[in-house]
Structure formats: structure tokens, C-alpha cells
Design a protein around this ligand. Structure first.
Ligand code: PLP
Length: 425
């Protein structure tokens, strides 16, 4: 470990030495040792078009030469305005106002503050949120509060505000039961909302795929019915699309895929194609108008030094152009995953093989699941030997490659994965 660095999510005492990356190109990382490994997880889900993509690099370079950054209160600039327009044109028509910050957790913080103050500005105090078991919304305090109480947040549990959790409608383990499971969860939510709807500032969900808790996959129907409930009971619906945004589910966004108009959407990870930290919280005009006032107390007093960083916005604009150009790549990846998964479906160590868009996942059968399982460390280690970067979530093995992945590279991933599994059995 470097003597001056504290690495994220890392117990320095027991973790192996981090691998030094010298360069990266397309889907490949090149290590200091000269070894090449294929980035099967898009470097923590951020990279869309491959590493060091020349078009995004060039856009950042050009932008850096004439405006690298400027305060975003009292000032504005073209990259921020253009990116906001482009994003709004791709999102459901209900969403029209873009608030910039610089990572997924803060995009969620902003959403929670918007939702909470939306009600206080109208004289209502709604002191809690409805969230889903297993949720992960980030590592800042508000984001932790609406996330599952887990290993990650345990040390801080006493400091987290109160949130009510309902089960996440996992549809992949038993499709036949999915409708009944979804209905039971919706009934539970409906009951809470009709008994004391004025308690809830909003409902927050990772639509279609709960990421960090293990790529737990749901269905469109549930989200459509959730929207109906939120409307009927007058509460806000927040989609945390920090991971699912920008093509991950096979469509531009989960909300467009399932045809739902949430009141607030959080986006980050893929927004700059994986080049620079940037995020947005996009809300409806109705929410924006609840803050539009002569009373200074009705202002959303939130902002970050690097809000709407022009380099990030320029990267975002270039990345959106690449998404348009390569739309088929993320639209067609689901079918390719399905073909490869079919070949693994009888593997004795695997269950719950599943896919949503560009994300494929499977559970490894083990008697020790959980984030800290030795199995996960073992697989990480073995994957490097196969020339792959894999980072299982406990016993959940998943693939989320960048969209530039070729058919040959995808076949290489699945071959390596098969080898790793065979070594385990
Ligand atoms: C990663 C993630 C976050 C947090 O984003 P950071 O940029 O890591 O702070 C929030 N929500 C979801 C769904 C995520 O996957």
C-alpha cells in the first residue's frame, strides 16, 4: 500500500497490494507489469465507450484551453446549458430542471433535500422517506440513511435519520412468483401511504436493477404501478439512476425503458463516459416552482465548488454523441449476454442467471454468501490470472462491460469466467 494513500472500501491490513495501472485503451487495462486485463465492470460502472476514448479526451482538451472552471452561482456557461438541454431532451417529458453536482451520492443528497423542502416550502413537514431493502444510494449521510442498513453503514447507524423500508421486488429468482411478490409489496406500500401518506416526503428506488446489493433485478410493471401509487397518494417518486442511466439497462434510462415519469432522477457514473466526476439531479417543473419565490427561505441552499464543471460537461456532451452513434451496442448487448449465459445455465455452481440490458449476473452457490465472503476474494484473484477484472458482490458474479466490447472480447470474458468456475468446483 502506498504510504500516503487511504484506499476506498479497503481494509489495508488484510487487503492484497493494489495493482498499478499504467494505461488503458478500449476495454483493456495495462498494468505496470505489462499484463493486460479486460475491464469487465467498466471500472466501477462508470466507463461507457472504452478507456481513453479519443473523442472524449479531445473534447476535454479543447474545453480546458478556454474555460476549465468557473463559479456556477451568478455565472453560467455553454457546456452546462448544452448538456442540460441534451439530457432533458432524452429524459421523460416531466423532467425539465437540471441541478449539477459531482458524484452519485451528492446527486442523491440533492434529491432528498429537494423532496423534503418541496413539502416544507408548502407548509408541510414530511419527516421520512420510503426506501427499499437492499438499496444502495451512496456513502454520504443522507444517501446512507435511505440505503439498507448494511456492513457499509453499520458504524454510523445511530446517526442516520429514520427511513421506512419495504422489500425490493426481485423478479429473477422465481419468475412465476414475481407478480404475486410485486403485488404484496405494492399492497404494503399502498397501506402505508393511505394510513399516513403525509409522513413521506418521497419514495426512492433503484429502478430495474439494485446494483450494490447484488444486481437484484426487477420488472417494469412494478415501477409503473409504483408511479400510480405515488401519484394517487400525492408523494414524490425518486429514481436513483446513478448506475442504471446512460444505456445500462439497454435503453437510455430505466425510466424511459419502463415508460415511467418520476418526479426526480439522479444520474452520475456514466454521465461523462467515465472520464470525470459529474452528476445531475433532474426534477419536474412542479418541484422547481415550489422553490420559486420572493422568500429567501424557499431557496434550495445547496451547491458544490465544482458544480457543472465545464470539463465534465464537455465530456458529457461528447459521451452523449457517442451514445447516439453506438446506440445498437447497448441495445443489443442483452441478447449477446443471453446467448453466453445459456451455455452456463447448467453449471452446478451457478443459479439465478439473469440479465438486464448490458448487465449480466449470476449467483455462485456457496454456504458462505455475503460481501465479505472468501469466495469473492478468491474470484477476484483468479480473474486476474484469466486476464479479467471482476469484482463479485459477495457470491454474486456480474458483468457490466463498456459498450465498445467486441464479440470476441465478450467471448473471451465468458471463457475466462467458465475457467474460474471450473477451478472452484
Ligand atoms: C454508485 C451509486 C451511488 C453513489 O455514487 P458515487 O458516485 O459512488 O457517490 C448512488 N446510487 C447508486 C444506485 C449507485 O450505484
Amino acid at each position: 500500500m502506498h504510504p500516503n494513500i487511504w484506499y476506498p472500501y479497503t481494509q489495508a491490513k488484510t487487503a492484497p497490494e493494489p495493482l498499478k495501472v499504467k494505461a488503458a485503451q478500449g476495454a483493456w487495462l495495462e498494468l505496470e507489469t505489462g499484463e493486460r486485463i479486460l475491464d469487465c465492470i467498466s471500472s466501477w460502472w462508470v466507463n461507457l465507450h472504452g478507456h481513453a476514448h479519443p473523442k472524449i479526451a479531445e473534447a476535454i482538451f479543447q474545453q480546458a484551453k478556454h474555460l476549465e472552471h468557473v463559479i456556477f452561482a451568478g455565472f453560467t456557461h455553454d457546456p452546462a446549458e448544452q448538456l442540460a438541454e441534451k439530457l432533458v431532451s432524452r429524459l421523460p417529458s416531466s423532467l425539465s430542471r437540471v441541478f449539477y453536482s459531482d458524484n452519485g451520492s451528492t446527486a442523491v443528497e440533492v434529491a432528498l433535500k429537494m423532496a423534503y423542502q418541496y413539502w416544507t416550502n408548502q407548509g408541510q413537514s414530511r419527516s421520512t422517506f420510503l426506501a427499499f431493502e437492499g438499496a444502495y444510494h451512496g456513502d454520504t449521510f443522507g444517501a446512507m440513511a435511505v440505503g439498507a442498513r448494511s456492513l457499509f453503514s453499520q458504524a454510523f447507524a445511530p446517526l442516520l435519520f429514520e427511513v421506512e423500508f419495504v422489500p425490493y421486488p426481485i423478479a429473477h429468482s422465481d419468475a412465476a412468483l414475481a407478480t404475486a411478490t410485486e403485488q404484496a409489496i405494492l399492497d404494503g406500500i399502498a397501506q402505508k401511504l393511505s394510513e399516513s401518506g403525509d409522513r413521506y416526503a418521497g419514495i426512492i428506488i433503484e429502478p430495474l436493477v439494485q446494483g450494490a446489493s447484488g444486481m437484484r433485478m426487477g420488472r417494469s410493471q412494478f415501477l409503473q404501478q409504483l408511479q400510480e401509487l405515488a401519484h394517487a397518494h400525492n408523494t414524490l417518486l425518486i429514481f436513483d439512476e446513478v448506475m442504471t442511466g446512460f444505456g445500462r439497462t439497454g435503453d437510455w434510462f430505466a425510466c424511459t425503458k419502463v415508460n415511467v415519469q418520476p418526479d426526480i432522477v439522479c444520474l452520475s457514473k456514466g454521465i461523462t463516459g467515465g472520464f470525470l466526476p459529474l452528476s445531475v439531479t433532474v426534477c419536474s417543473e412542479v418541484i422547481y416552482n415550489a422553490f420559486y419565490s420572493d422568500d429567501p427561505l424557499q431557496t434550495l441552499y445547496h451547491g458544490h465548488s465544482y458544480a457543472a464543471n465545464p470539463l465534465g460537461c464537455a465530456a458529457g456532451l461528447a459521451s452523449l454523441e457517442l451514445m447516439v452513434e453506438h446506440e445498437p451496442a447497448f441495445q443489443q448487448m442483452e441478447a449477446k449476454h443471453r446467448q453466453h449465459l445459456a451455455a452456463l445455465s447448467d453449471h452446478p455452481r451457478l443459479t439465478n442467471l439473469r440479465v438486464t440490458g448490458t448487465i449480466a449476473a449470476m449467483d455462485i452457490i456457496t454456504d458462505q454468501p455475503g460481501y465479505l465472503s472468501q469466495l469473492s476474494i478468491d474470484i477476484r484473484h483468479r480473474s486476474i490470472a484469466q486476464g479479467l477484472l471482476l469484482r463479485p458482490l459477495g457470491n454474486v458474479l456480474y458483468l457490466m462491460p463498456p459498450y465498445c466490447i467486441t464479440d470476441d472480447e465478450l467471448a473471451f470474458i465468458y471463457r475466462g469466467l467458465g475457467n474460474i468456475l471450473n477451478e472452484l468446483t
